[in-house]
Design a protein around this ligand. Structure first.
Ligand SMILES: [Ca+2]
Length: 478
């Protein structure tokens, strides 16, 4: 096939991956979870997945659609305070960036007597599927005046710091004014250094925190948040994306930056909440907000950098707990637009997560873990009879710098072409063209003169008069 033909097919592939074809499917049909609220990968090369159950359990299992068993990694139900239907519980899990060597992970949970949020560190045992229940080191304990709005997310940023989400303390309307007060940690996103404790503390205050030299609130990274239910870092841009649950009118998405005030409870999303004193000076508006015709409680997600739904690359996938919608936000720094992908049952979509390859999953209170999928991953004259044994696997490592390896398998001998395109559909490399035998193959790719970005590798295989094509996205990080 000539060059023009390949580019034409590449364009067709992008067109065929239209939003209407993206859906959520059960990722692990034989598994069910009790109130799953977080989904995390340790990124330790094991390809295991960890699901947090709100009552206080963490379960671990193999990342395989046929997986039928989980193991109980940690049971903290005797320490966690949870009441049926409440926002209390074990709410967040983050693995240390050096987990593969140090075994540290961090959790965010609520405990009673007195009611408080606890940020704690634990360690794995010599059994990689079992945590040491006695290894707890409590880093921060924050009094909770009411049972709702506890935030719960934990995530390490690209700077190696641990970021922590806390809601405004609860009730309704933030009656204590916590979100606008930098004297309390409620209604904030915090940023701490877990690797270099300050004297008298179990953690360090990064010297570039916005209030690092203040009398209080030295852990604060950003404020003016009501109940930040799920934030995440985009590994390609480093941006911190956050869904902040609204009061009675607006759900909002923010890009969180150091020292900024995101408005609550002066504003609720883009509208005034306390209209009598709606001074918006110094407030950062949301990138996107929506009202009650769309949903009633946002569930923040992730910027899509996964391998299987190329048309979502670079878009922020989020959803809504009340309405069940799942959507993708495109934002170029100025203009935002949203496409709606699918809908889960109402009052079920509790959280999103990533696996080791960056694929996006959704946790739901029907007990199911869903994953995003697009049915069109192959095109060609015989697209409905893709032969067994034809598979383009995810490149490894990914993301990568310098060199990566592309692996694929062929059902028989035939003509093979492998090219790499940038996101505009322009071919930037042709790694192979010729005849190969059936079986497994690998191609190294060491791109020169290419910058950070998402590239699409496309495998074309011709045999007995048919052409089969499969594509995967790859992330180059310089
Ligand atoms: Ca806001």
């Amino acid at each position: 096939m000539n060059r023009a033909g390949l580019v034409l097919i590449a364009r067709c592939l992008f067109v065929s991956l239209s939003p209407a074809q993206i859906s959520l499917v059960e990722a692990f049909p034989d598994l069910r979870f009790d109130l799953p609220v977080d989904f995390q990968s340790p990124r330790d090369g094991s390809h295991r997945l960890f699901v947090v159950e709100q009552e206080g359990r963490i379960r671990v299992f193999e990342n395989h659609p046929g997986v039928s068993e989980t193991r109980l990694f940690l049971d903290l139900t005797d320490s966690v305070s949870y009441e049926n239907g409440s926002e209390l519980g074990l709410l967040g899990l983050a693995f240390h960036p050096g987990y593969a060597s140090n075994g540290f992970f961090f959790i965010n949970y609520t405990a009673a007597n007195p009611l408080r949020s606890i940020i704690a560190r634990f360690r794995v045992t010599t059994d990689p599927d079992s945590a040491d229940r006695t290894s707890e080191v409590r880093l921060i304990e924050i009094p909770q005046p009411y049972t709702n709005h506890n935030g719960g997310q934990l995530a390490f940023g690209p700077d190696g710091m641990l970021y922590i989400a806390l809601g405004d303390g609860g009730n309704a309307g933030d009656p204590l004014g916590n979100a606008q007060s930098t004297a309390t940690l409620l209604g904030k996103i915090l940023r701490i250094n877990v690797d270099a404790p300050d004297p008298g503390l179990a953690y360090g205050i990064p010297s570039d925190n916005p209030f690092a030299n203040a009398q209080s609130g030295r852990e604060i990274f950003a404020y003016g948040l009501r109940n930040p239910w799920r934030f995440s870092f985009d590994p390609a841009t480093g941006l911190l994306w956050c869904g902040d649950v609204g009061q009675g009118a607006r759900e909002e998405i923010n890009i969180i930056e150091s020292g900024k005030n995101y408005g609550w409870n002066i504003m609720e999303g883009s509208i005034c909440y306390n209209a009598a004193s709606c001074d918006q000076t110094g407030l950062t508006p949301p990138v996107w907000d929506y009202g009650r015709t769309i949903g009633g409680a946002i569930t923040g997600g992730y910027v899509y950098r996964g391998p299987s739904v190329g048309s979502l690359t670079g878009k922020y996938v989020f959803g809504d707990f009340v309405s069940g919608i799942v959507a993708a936000l495109a934002f170029d720094g100025t203009i935002a637009s949203v496409e709606y992908l699918d809908t889960l049952p109402r009052f079920s979509l509790s959280s999103f997560g990533l696996d080791e390859e960056g694929e996006v999953y959704a946790c739901a209170f029907d007990g199911v873990i869903y994953r995003l999928t697009s049915p069109v991953t192959s095109v060609g004259r015989q697209e409905k009879t893709i032969p067994q044994g034809f598979a383009l696997r995810q490149n490894y490592p990914n993301p990568f710098n310098a060199v990566t390896h592309i692996r694929f398998s062929l059902p028989s001998s035939g003509h093979v072409s492998f090219s790499v395109f940038d996101m505009r559909g322009v071919r930037v490399a042709r790694l192979f063209e010729g005849t190969l035998m059936g079986g497994s193959h690998a191609l190294p790719w060491e791109p020169e003169n290419l910058s950070t970005g998402v590239y699409v590798g496309q495998l074309e295989f011709s045999a007995v008069g048919h052409v089969f094509i499969q594509s995967r996205s790859m992330l180059l990080l310089r």
